[in-house]
Ligand binder design. Structure first.
Ligand code: NAP
Length: 331
């Protein structure tokens, strides 16, 4: 089969012929119709990720059709349109993943290929209102944003929510989900055009994080936030507690702009602010996220669709952060 293979450090992804996967017990073969990129794929291609091994087929997100089943466990899925939960071996505790947790697309071969093998427990029906391209954009980013907002952030209708870096794949889901849940959503983003795109998704307003006075401007617009979703961190994160309401939850899962800077502890304890780390999501989060997408007929924000042969160009676009939403690969 054809696949995009990570062949070595500092090597662009290579379009190659590789062996079709051989199924193990309880597994099915999914013919991938569309895959999608996450920042993780970019970090791996530039060597900034733990446990990189060569060769590997990257790709955590995929939607396709089940074409083979190893045994009885998978037979009911044959010919079904599916999406794949990329969080494997979560473990028994909903609060955090176990030691054996792994993400599809390193260490195991992922979705940037004509076929991928998956255990049946990670299959979910493709939302009927979505194309393969839109469905493929859901799994990793949708799951992460869902858990950050609902499971960790505890948003309810009327919550004032700030999404930092709204143009991120995870950011666009955070905006869409929070708007659908009846929250008042504000954003930061790196361009006026992206802020306008976020407004079209239902955000009330936003500021450009590159502006000197972005935090003051936000304070003026909104007053304060009950829940903040941040995948960027970096030096600007020092302003986030100042922008937060008493009892706020600040949820983070990435560090695109760098580490957490020195924070004013008095602000944190006097406002009883909770800083909450989160990581993808449990199987229940995944099911709940899909139910939410189906109920609210959410259509993922796809920035651009590339053919499999041009995956490297898509990875480079992600490196420039010029996208708004997800970069999808058709297979
Ligand atoms: N732990 C987990 O489970 C988990 C899961 C998913 C993602 N992540 C991490 O979360 C981050 C986002 O992932 P993704 O796939 O959504 O990435 P992505 O689609 O590549 O988005 C990156 C975005 O970061 C924003 N950004 C860059 N510099 C910024 C700054 N100084 N201040 C605010 N925002 C800034 C930009 O937003 P604008 O376009 O709006 O300017 C950019 O579009 C990555 O670091 C990723 O590794 C972690």
């Amino acid at each position: 089969m054809k696949a995009m293979v990570l062949t070595g450090p500092d090597e662009p992804l290579a379009y190659k012929d590789v062996e079709k996967p051989v199924l193990k017990q309880n597994e099915v073969l999914v013919q991938i119709k569309a895959a999608a990129l996450n920042r993780r794929d970019y970090w791996i291609t530039i060597g900034k990720y733990a446990g990189i091994k060569y060769p590997t087929i990257l790709g955590s997100d995929g939607a396709g059709v089940v074409v083979e089943a190893a045994d009885e466990a998978g037979r009911q899925w044959l010919n079904k349109e599916v999406i794949i939960n990329p969080g494997h071996n979560w473990g028994n505790d909903d609060q955090y993943q176990g030691a054996d947790f792994k993400i599809l697309g390193l260490p195991d071969d992922g979705t940037l290929a004509e076929y991928v093998r998956v255990n049946v427990e990670y299959l979910h029906p493709k939302p009927a209102h979505l194309t393969f391209e839109h469905a493929a954009a859901i799994p990793l980013a949708g799951l992460t944003a869902y858990r950050a907002l609902f499971t960790k952030g505890g948003i309810t209708a009327g919550s004032k929510v700030l999404v930092v870096g709204a143009g991120a794949g995870t950011g666009t889901y955070a905006v869409q989900f929070a708007v659908a849940a009846g929250c008042q959503v504000f954003v930061t983003s790196g361009s006026g055009e992206k802020i306008e795109r976020a407004r079209q998704l239902g955000a009330a307003a936003g500021v450009n994080y590159k502006a000197q006075d972005w935090a003051e401007e936000l304070k003026h617009m909104c007053g304060g936030f009950d829940v903040v979703i941040d995948s960027a961190l970096g030096k600007d994160f020092a302003k986030i507690p100042e922008l937060s309401n008493p009892g706020a939850r600040i949820v983070f899962f990435g560090a695109t702009a760098g580490s957490i800077p020195e924070l004013n502890p008095r602000t944190l304890f006097s406002k009883q602010i909770q800083l909450l780390g989160t990581m993808m999501g449990s199987p229940d989060d995944f099911s709940n996220m899909l139910e939410f997408i189906n109920t609210h007929k959410i259509v993922p924000v796809v920035d651009e669709v590339f053919p499999l042969t041009q995956t490297q160009q898509a990875v480079e676009k992600m490196g420039s952060s010029s996208q708004f939403g997800k970069l999808v690969i058709t297979v």
